[in-house]
Design a binder for this molecule. Structure first.
Ligand code: FES
Length: 160
């Protein structure tokens, strides 16, 4: 059983339905409901799709399509720590893509995913306003510049 599946069993699908019913009459209700669900329950679990589709009279594929399209929506419980690496143009020109690949390989996750144990997630961002000191990232809420594989490894070490 994966961490995500274990979490699903505690996921309050009844509350999802309540939030969907409360938001059903808003303008553009789907996005509003999804934001409410994520805000209250931390993420949009797979089990949330059906009740939302049901209340809005949409297909599950339509709801899932929106959840998948917008990167703002998390599909897994938020990790304890998040590593966000900048893939903006300036950072790309100084090796950001190699760093992203390195982080994926070391953590065994893809961009936008959390580790199996839920301790860390890897995310991307497209400029942190720290271009002159790229490649940049935000690690545990702290802006870090001039990242290279060695310094990134130091930050990743507690999660390996
Ligand atoms: S492009 Fe990475 S900080 Fe601006």
């Amino acid at each position: 059983m994966t961490a995500s599946t274990e979490q699903s069993s505690a996921y309050d699908v009844g509350r999802v339905r309540d939030l969907a019913e409360e938001g059903a009459h808003a303008r553009g209700p789907l996005l509003e409901i999804l934001h409410s669900v994520q805000q209250e329950l931390g993420y949009v679990d797979d089990t949330a799709i059906a009740p939302i589709a049901d209340v809005l009279n949409l297909s599950r594929a339509e709801v899932l399509g929106v959840v998948s399209f917008y990167r703002d929506f998390r599909r897994q419980p938020p990790a304890q720590a998040t590593i966000r690496l900048c893939r903006g143009e300036a950072c790309q020109s100084v090796g950001a893509e190699g760093l992203v690949a390195h982080a994926c390989e070391r953590l065994g996750v893809g961009v936008g995913e959390s580790s199996e144990d839920g301790r860390v997630s890897l995310d991307q961002v497209f400029c942190l306003g720290n271009c002159a000191l790229g490649p940049s990232g935000v690690i545990d809420g702290r802006l870090v510049g001039r990242l290279d594989e060695a310094t990134l490894d130091e930050f990743l070490a507690p999660y390996l």
